[in-house]
Ligand binder design. Sequence first.
Ligand code: PLP
Ligand code: COI
Length: 346
Amino acid sequence: MAIEKKDIDWGSLTFAYTPTDFSYVCNYKDGAWGEDILTPDHTLQLSECAGIFHYCQEVFEGLKAYTTKDGDIVCFRPDANASRMADSARRICMPPFPEDRFVEAVKQVVKANLAWVPPFGSGATLYIRPFMIATGNVIGVKPATEYQFRILVTPVGPYYKGGVQPVALKVPEYDRAAPHGTGNIKAGLNYAMSLYPSVIAHAEGFADNMFLDPQTHTYVEESGGANFLLVKEDGTLVVPQSATDSILPSITRRSLVRVAEEMLGMKVEQRQVRFDEIDQFVECGMCGTAAVISPVGKVVDTEGVEHVFGAGMEHVGPVLAKLRETLTGIQAGEIEDKFGWVVKVA
Ligand code: PLP
Ligand code: COI
């Protein structure tokens, strides 16, 4: 039986929260994860001494559910999110949620909210936000002994206004991560650190920041919520790497590297990229689950000098457009998924 979709103007959705029908909950206590619960209650009641409020034990993930051309509901590489979330949890002394249960939980919560999965071709998707918090009491600085793993889902449109319209970035005065700190995991504390430079960037009319490496401020790292992709004049894709373990290993970026090499026959260089090389690139983009591939028209450095990529703010460049079209085509079932990345939910 076809599910009756919610009456939403899918095409005008932005990247904002709308509560849906169910969230997924699982609690950790006495050294073990408990039962799966789907709840219509989108609120939490916690002790004032819960570890999340004091020492910030929180990790999260982000992935999406899509409606394919044939009307299936699918997710993209949920196993990769499961594995990254387990890495994030271990790094801040939280018990990893079992990876097979993570994938099942994603499927369960999407199935419970099918009416909220935007239709094929609408430009919107169902954003899935798994997260885990310390719920147990702690007052001395140490890991809590009780946790909650939860998944909320919410229909969303493009992360950056305009979707594929190029945006402007600035190089901020601040860092989003410490060298060899927690920049390579998906923990809320990294985003708290990036909020101040992000508010400044927005107030100055920029869509986001281009953070440089926190040790020497000479290498390109990532933005507040996405990794960078750069394209050289000869079409080579250049993917910045971190010398200080402070870039989040984006699943979108790792997927695009394989698409570029194995499907599009492109040359790919994964290496550290000095900011003073930036003028050699003809395209720049931010890639991530929320960002998909969002083109960057220009970046303004700390001296106020503008660095314009190719067509600048006019339109997305041809290489990033092709990569975007191929990735979204795989996710929407329009292009064969030779990697086995697309997981059917319903
Ligand atoms: N970098 C940061 C800081 C992010 O928040 C995200 C979003 O998840 C990404 C990169 C992109 O990662 P992914 O492609 O796995 O969504
Ligand atoms: C995602 O792309 O899923 C993220 O978590 C990025 C966030 C800044 C919205």
